[in-house]
Design a protein around this ligand. Structure first.
Ligand SMILES: NC(=O)c1ccc[n+]([C@@H]2O[C@H](COP(=O)([O-])OP(=O)(O)OC[C@H]3O[C@@H](n4cnc5c(N)ncnc54)[C@H](O)[C@@H]3O)[C@@H](O)[C@H]2O)c1
Length: 320
């Protein structure tokens, strides 16, 4: 297949582009580089420096494509609360141009990077795909709004779309050559490794009085390479004429913040001193995916599910 990956200079896009190329697909990348890195784009891909809201760049990027993977967007929950309009613009308004240009150039297959943030504070854990979405941040609201737009476009046309709701994405390409480089960084694993690199061995966990085994919050970590394989399978399903739908992508098991800090310390051979700060508002005790649907319907088998592998791969990237 020939696939356009928007946001292919970012963390997840960059790893997925490499995975698609390794599987024999050809790839074009459209990225504004507002947060991505030009050097994260595999040299085998055609790179178009442009915005998903710019018709001319999108038309150029769609040339000869069979499918689109839409990863581009703004991703930071805290920032989305401070500047919601930036998020509605980047995650909803601009990608309408992408949908319109796909329609006029006859590209009818779409995979969309959505998020567990659409669920908000869930009533049932592990969270199934049919749980009622109730986002608690502007980030989650905008990702859900774009999902709804896709569903509406599917109902009104021959578009087929797969919406992938990721849980906590972590890890790096196993040889340490490509990984997570967000600025600012809000994800726990890269933040722990940054403080180790700065020789600051103290790390604060937000709250230890949750109803979990060790009292700290539990999250579902999915290795970015497993995530990339799920994207490949989703794109190939659409390429083979398969139907769209919505799928959670997580490992189905959770690790506590304390377990994550301990595993990172072990991987980096650093004695991290944990301090306990106050709870953050809106942090549920446990967020774990029910992701059987992806396994059953996409034929997806995550391979790098244990915490030690995830953090060791991340450390190889951060320490290089
Ligand atoms: N990282 C996670 O844990 C996580 C979890 C759930 C969902 N997601 C979703 O996955 C996607 C990718 O996340 P990531 O961690 O790789 O983020 P990232 O910031 O590393 O990558 C996003 C890329 O999109 C580009 N971009 C942003 N706005 C653009 C625009 N208007 N036009 C063109 N390019 C634009 C940025 O330059 C960047 O390269 C996002 O849509 C995010 O919502 C990520």
């Amino acid at each position: 297949m020939h696939i356009l990956v928007t946001g292919g200079a970012g963390y997840i896009g960059g790893i997925t582009v490499r995975t698609l190329l390794d599987a024999g697909h050809s790839v074009a990348v459209l990225d504004s580089l507002i947060h991505g890195h030009r050097e994260a784009v595999d040299p085998r891909a055609r790179f178009i420096h442009g915005d998903v809201g710019d018709s001319e760049s999108v038309r150029d990027a769609l040339e000869g494509c069979d499918a689109v993977l839409h990863c581009a967007g703004l991703i930071e929950v805290g920032e989305s609360q401070r500047d919601p309009l930036a998020y509605w613009d980047a995650n909803v308004a601009r990608p309408i141009t992408l949908l319109r240009e796909m329609q006029s150039s006859g590209v009818r297959a779409l995979v969309f990077s959505s998020t567990a943030a659409v669920y908000g504070e869930p009533e049932v854990v592990p969270i199934p795909e049919d749980a009622a979405p109730k986002p608690v941040s502007a980030y989650g609201e905008t990702k859900l709004a774009f999902e709804k737009m896709i569903v509406a476009a599917e109902a009104a046309s021959d578009l087929r779309a797969i919406r992938l709701r990721y849980f906590n994405v972590a890890g790096a390409w196993p040889d340490g050559s490509l990984g997570e480089a967000h600025e600012p960084e809000t994800h726990i694993i890269p933040r722990i490794f940054s403080s180790i690199a700065e020789e600051d061995l103290e790390f604060e966990i937000y709250g230890d009085d949750y109803e979990t085994a060790d009292g700290t919050c539990v999250r579902d970590y999915i290795h970015v390479c497993d995530l990339a394989q799920a994207h490949r399978l989703a794109l190939e399903r659409l390429g083979g004429g398969g139907t769209g739908g919505v799928f959670n992508l997580g490992s189905g098991s959770g690790f506590s913040n304390l377990e994550v800090v301990t595993a990172c310390g072990k991987a980096a051979q650093a004695a991290i001193e944990v301090t306990i700060g106050p709870r953050r508002p809106g942090d549920p005790a446990r967020l774990v995916a029910q992701s059987d649907r992806a396994r059953a319907e996409l034929g997806w088998t995550p391979m790098r599910t244990d915490l030690a592998t995830i953090v060791e791969d991340a450390w190889r990237w951060h320490s290089s």
